[in-house]
Design a protein around this ligand. Structure first.
Ligand SMILES: Nc1ncnc2c1ncn2[C@@H]1O[C@H](COP(=O)(O)OP(=O)(O)OP(=O)(O)O)[C@@H](O)[C@H]1O
Ligand SMILES: [Mg+2]
Length: 262
């Protein structure tokens, strides 16, 4: 059994009976209902659920960008009151600043948190290389493809070495080859750095490949329908995807989305 990257039983992110309701001029929308779960230190938790069910909403609560309407949301045992420096976020859209070049976009968390800029720049360059973007340091977002912009967004989420990484469909805009490469890299980063990760995806194989645990959510308002431990050995490789156990887990999760499951 691989020792690194496995959970150690300390809660990092915890919700208890969490409800989130949006209010707008069009009325109220309940996005999360009675949502209770715990992310333990070192876990890689993927979240699967139908479009519009409340997945991004959960991530915004964890990031301190959206307050709960009722119930509890905690990081390291303390209520979440705003963004935290040890949390990294990769949004569903790249959300880069159009007037800043690639390296300055990646350095945003370093500047906001007042961290050492030279060290930050060195780390940003490492990440650019990892993302295959080392030649684009001085380019502006509009000069990049959607997939390249998203890779810059991933580098920005990692640059300040956060202990909790929140990722909202980070690979959705990437081509299949880059996606597979990024999956393997993300797994390596997770195992090497013992980060805790919440990873939203629409891809069942991606969730099974990367995760130590997968939550399947109901249509809106999101409730937890399944909570599955993925006990495939680490590190996972191309061969993992050929294992019968891999196919069985994918089939089990896919069955949750079939019309008969509802
Ligand atoms: N700022 C907001 N104001 C009002 N309603 C909102 C707001 N943000 C999200 N919603 C609504 O909350 C529900 C959940 O949205 P959320 O973005 O969490 O879904 P999601 O599961 O991430 O969907 P997708 O898979 O398509 O990204 C949706 O019905 C959405 O319309
Ligand atoms: Mg979303």
């Amino acid at each position: 059994m691989h020792e690194r990257g496995i959970k150690v039983g300390e809660p990092v992110f915890q919700t208890k009976n969490l409800d989130v309701t949006y209010s707008s001029s069009r009325g109220k929308t309940k996005a999360l209902e009675d949502f209770t779960t715990t992310l333990e230190k070192g876990e890689f938790l993927s979240i699967l659920g139908p479009s519009g069910c409340g997945k991004s909403t959960l991530l915004k609560v964890a990031a301190g960008l959206l307050p709960p309407s009722s119930g509890v949301a905690e990081l390291d045992g303390r209520p979440i009151t705003g963004p935290r420096r040890d949390v990294g976020i990769v949004f569903q859209q790249a959300t880069l600043l159009p007037w800043q070049n690639v390296i300055d976009n990646i350095l945003l968390p370093i500047r906001t948190l007042g961290m050492d800029l030279d060290k930050g720049r060195a780390r940003a360059r490492e990440l650019l290389e990892l993302m295959g973007l080392e030649k684009f340091e001085k380019h502006y977002p509009h000069e990049l493809s959607g997939g390249m912009q998203q890779r810059v967004g991933i580098a920005r989420g990692l640059v300040h070495d956060p202990s909790l990484l929140l990722m909202d469909e980070p690979f959705a805009a990437l081509d299949a080859m880059t996606r597979e490469h990024m999956m393997v890299e993300l797994q390596r980063i997770w195992m090497d750095t013992r980060k805790s990760v919440i990873f939203i995806t629409h891809s069942i194989p991606e969730a099974v490949f990367l995760s130590s645990r997968v939550l399947v959510l109901s249509p809106r308002p999101a409730r937890i329908m399944r909570d599955v431990n993925i006990e495939l050995p680490l590190p996972r490789t191309e061969e993992t995807m050929g294992l019968p156990a891999f196919a069985e887990l994918c089939a089990e999760l896919r069955a949750m989305f079939s019309p008969r499951a509802k």
